[in-house]
Design a protein around this ligand. Structure first.
Ligand SMILES: Nc1ncnc2c1ncn2[C@@H]1O[C@H](COP(=O)(O)OP(=O)(O)OP(=O)(O)O)[C@@H](O)[C@H]1O
Length: 532
């Protein structure tokens, strides 16, 4: 919508209005798309045309103006013409109107009003006075006002029309500029304020915001980065976000899963080989380090590499050199390495399974990706994101999740993290078929069951309560997961009565409050996560 007030305050429109007013005694009226004439109703409005001033000082005069505006809109609504000269309310008087168009959209009208034409006869002019008097205006006032209506001829007439067209253009141009600026401000606002995403990463939880903040700081550096997180938490996505926000963004991003190869194959995959290096090496082959020269290499599951491979990786990270399999001369490359693992490398070092020097060489900057169960607020955002994406890809109208379905999804602990959630949403879109609303009965049984099993306190349910807990990985993580689960379910069961739950769990109320804060499980956070 046009900001008419801002337009009226513009230096150019003010000057143009002045010319039209002073030279031709016409008022420039701005009319919005609803047919509302701006400003003239406001007290203290300074009329240029004595006739319009007199007209608008009577309530019936407003109806005359309304009738003229209606006529203009009827014309523009049925014609593609940009301008229209109309017979005004009193036969023999005229108005000139011009459309305001922005990006092919009809945004309003500028009207210059009222005037006579050189064809208007003395009789017509006298008739106007008569009619005005008949409407209730005094004879003398009517005569004076009508005598001030300009009679146009020749070049003045053409100039007046040109000026009105210029005012209308000016309004359009200014509105266009303002809209562009507003869009930019909105962009900037969302960039600064709501960091709900970074590159392609989605998530609004505090933990993800911290990750985005760290990424924005480290992407520009050349440091090696270690990303730690469970499977499916988005480690590869983070590596890509780092690459595409770094000065290397125009060079190659390559990803290798170190656990997908045995030692020999990984050697050749990473460093390449020369012809005849081993049976089947029928020609020279570049390794990914060479292909990614100038770019970024993502080494996933680095914790699964053998001790001899770890030595080679240390060399390339320290010196930038490597030896292709079967080669006699080392090669040099400039590759930024981003490594990832879901293993606890510190424990591996203690057991002698991972080189400490390599660990410190890779772990210059550590990005820890939290599992999805620790950032519940991200679940609804990710659900909506994947739902919209899948529906769009499948050319289906957008579906919605029922409240109960969302609750069940929030109850699940997502051991497979975002990947599991993405797969579930994609599955739901298929299962829902034509149904617009996705209901809990469509959910995978493990999600329905995990919600139910969490509903029981351990003491009532024997061993089954462990169903929703990831029993792989470290004991510390599993215990923490269990703690979160028990507190979250307990809070619901006890209607957020912390004293009652603390008693049930056998811990102090203060201890429970600290844990609720630590895991972000308070009522408001849970409601927020559920989008309530
Ligand atoms: N924050 C996120 N926003 C949007 N999609 C995400 C996010 N995190 C993960 N995904 C999606 O989840 C899937 C798994 O992500 P990704 O492969 O990056 O995880 P990963 O931690 O590298 O997994 P793995 O350890 O199993 O290799 C991908 O399809 C990715 O698109």
């Amino acid at each position: 919508m046009i900001d008419w007030k801002a337009i009226k305050d513009l230096h150019t429109t003010k000057s143009l209005e002045k010319i039209v007013g002073n030279w031709y005694g016409l008022d420039v009226l701005y009319v919005d798309t609803q047919g509302r004439v701006q400003f003239v109703q406001e007290p203290g409005y300074s009329f240029k045309s004595p006739f319009l001033k007199l007209q608008m000082s009577h309530s019936f005069g407003h109806d005359w103006l309304e009738a003229d505006v209606e006529k203009v809109f009827e014309f523009f609504n049925s014609s593609s013409e940009m301008s229209y000269e109309f017979d005004a309310f009193f036969p023999g008087t005229y108005g000139y109107s011009h459309k305001v168009v922005v990006d092919d959209e009809f945004c309003g009208v500028v009207i210059a009003y009222p005037y006579f034409k050189d064809t208007s006869t003395t009789e017509e002019v006298e008739n106007v006075v008569k009619k005005v008097v008949e409407c209730g205006i005094g004879q003398e006032d009517a005569k004076v006002a009508v005598s001030k209506i300009k009679k146009f001829a020749g070049r003045f007439y053409d100039e007046m029309k040109e000026l009105v067209a210029i005012v209308a253009d000016e309004v359009g141009t200014f509105h266009h500029e303002i809209s562009k600026r507003e869009a930019r401000i909105m962009d900037l606002n969302s960039e600064i304020g709501n960091k709900y995403r970074y590159h392609n990463l989605i998530g609004k939880s505090k933990k993800m915001q911290q990750v985005y903040h760290l990424l924005s700081k480290v992407s520009n550096s050349e440091s090696t980065i270690m990303i730690q997180g469970e499977n499916g938490t988005g480690k590869e996505m983070v590596a890509k976000a780092i690459h595409y926000n770094s000065p290397r963004k125009d060079a190659v991003f390559m990803a290798v899963n170190c656990s997908a190869f045995n030692d020999n194959l990984l050697d050749s995959e990473l460093f390449g080989h020369v012809k005849g290096a081993f049976t089947g090496a029928i020609k020279d082959k570049k390794g990914v380090f060479e292909v990614a020269n100038g770019g970024t290499l993502f080494l996933d599951e680095i914790g699964d590499t053998s001790p001899s491979m770890q030595v080679k990786l240390l060399r390339i990270l320290q010196e930038g050199t490597f030896m292709p399999v079967g080669a006699t001369q080392p090669k040099k490359v400039n590759v930024r390495v981003v490594a990832a693992t879901n293993k606890n490398l510190k424990e591996m070092i203690a057991k002698g399974e991972f080189r400490e020097d390599l660990y410190y060489r890779i772990n210059v900057i550590n990005v820890a990706l939290p599992p999805l169960r620790e950032r519940q607020e991200d679940i609804p955002v990710l659900m909506d994101f994947f739902l919209q994406k899948r529906c769009e890809e499948a050319g289906l109208p957008l579906k919605t999740f029922s409240k109960k379905c969302l609750e069940k999804m929030l109850d699940h602990t997502w051991p497979g993290n975002v990947r599991e959630l993405q797969n579930e949403v994609e599955r739901l879109v298929v299962i829902a078929g034509e149904d617009k609303n996705i209901t809990p009965d469509m959910l995978s049984s493990r999600i329905l069951e995990s919600g139910e099993s969490h509903g029981h306190a351990p003491s009532h349910s024997g061993g089954s309560f462990l169903k929703g807990v990831n029993t792989n990985g470290s004991l510390k993580d599993a215990l923490e997961e269990l703690e979160i689960l028990m507190i979250r379910e307990g809070l619901k069961r006890c209607a957020f009565n912390k004293s009652k739950l603390a008693k049930e769990l056998g811990i102090s109320r203060a201890g429970l409050i600290m844990k609720v804060e630590k895991y972000g499980l308070d009522k408001r956070a849970q409601k927020r996560a559920a989008g309530e």
